[in-house]
Design a protein around this ligand. Structure first.
Ligand SMILES: Nc1ncnc2c1ncn2[C@@H]1O[C@H](COP(=O)(O)OP(=O)(O)O)[C@@H](O)[C@H]1O
Ligand SMILES: [Mg+2]
Length: 224
């Protein structure tokens, strides 16, 4: 299984949000991700990018079809096994960084490891903070940091557990050009040196151009 060059297979996944007017946010679509690749997802606001990413990240279930990551069929995992799998193998960078306000930046970043009863590698985490330009923020609380700094702490948190699959929903949306490039650089170096697989939603044409592959989505329909 570990020789499989594919990390993720989505077969006819879809999502409709119920309501007085149901929203077909993601029409049935299939997608395969090779290990060690960088995919950009682009499309207008409301086109279904976050819906797609949340399904691929196992945060929301698909209404139809199957999702298989590292050989595991996601819908067959129970809640506890799924949470554990997600925590260990998937790094999700949310559009709104939702850090714990009562924890410092460092504590926020290593929190997922503690959930797994793992001890963090302090040096590695500090090196990650340095790469992200966050050295001065290690002991700051979220309310003491700018939006862009909080965004980068959320990125540190997603990377701290060394995930195999990183899903990033507009991770550079709140960053200035220099920090956006820095974040994109870190993600692409993980792809190149650690064989990590990255899927990133972005509005930035130059960041998308640096990806191995661009997926366009329009009105819930995927175009390769
Ligand atoms: N929880 C929800 N309940 C109902 N509709 C939703 C929900 N989340 C998203 N939508 C709708 O689904 C469509 C796709 O949303 P989304 O995936 O967030 O798009 P994007 O990330 O491309 O802006 C939009 O029409 C949005 O209003
Ligand atoms: Mg979105």
């Amino acid at each position: 299984m570990s020789n499989d060059p594919v990390i993720l297979r989505a077969d006819q996944i879809s999502r409709t949000y119920p309501g007085s007017v149901p929203v077909h946010a993601l029409k049935p679509c299939s997608l395969t991700l090779q290990k060690g690749t960088f995919t950009a997802v682009v499309g207008k606001s409301g086109s279904g990018k976050s819906t797609l990413l949340r399904i691929l990240g196992t945060l929301d279930p698909s209404d139809t079809g199957t999702l298989t990551i590292e050989g595991r069929e996601i819908c067959r995992l129970g809640d506890a096994a799924l949470s554990r799998f997600r925590r260990r193998r998937i790094g999700f960078i949310h559009q709104d960084y939702d850090l714990f306000p009562e924890y410092t930046a460092y504590e926020n970043a290593v929190f997922p490891l503690h959930l797994d009863s793992k001890t963090e590698d302090r040096k590695k985490t500090e090196a990650l903070f340095e790469q992200l330009g966050l050295t001065d923020c290690l002991n700051k609380f979220p309310h003491e940091m700018s939006g862009g700094e909080q965004q980068r702490v959320a990125i540190a948190r997603a990377l701290a557990a060394s995930p195999a699959l990183i899903l990033a929903d507009e991770p550079t949306g709140n960053l200035d050009a220099a920090n956006a490039e820095r974040v994109a650089g870190i993600l692409s170096s993980l792809v190149d040196t650690e064989n990590v697989t990255v899927v990133m939603v972005t509005h930035d044409a130059s960041l998308a151009a640096a990806a191995d592959r661009v997926i366009r989505i329009s009105n819930g329909v995927l175009e390769a």
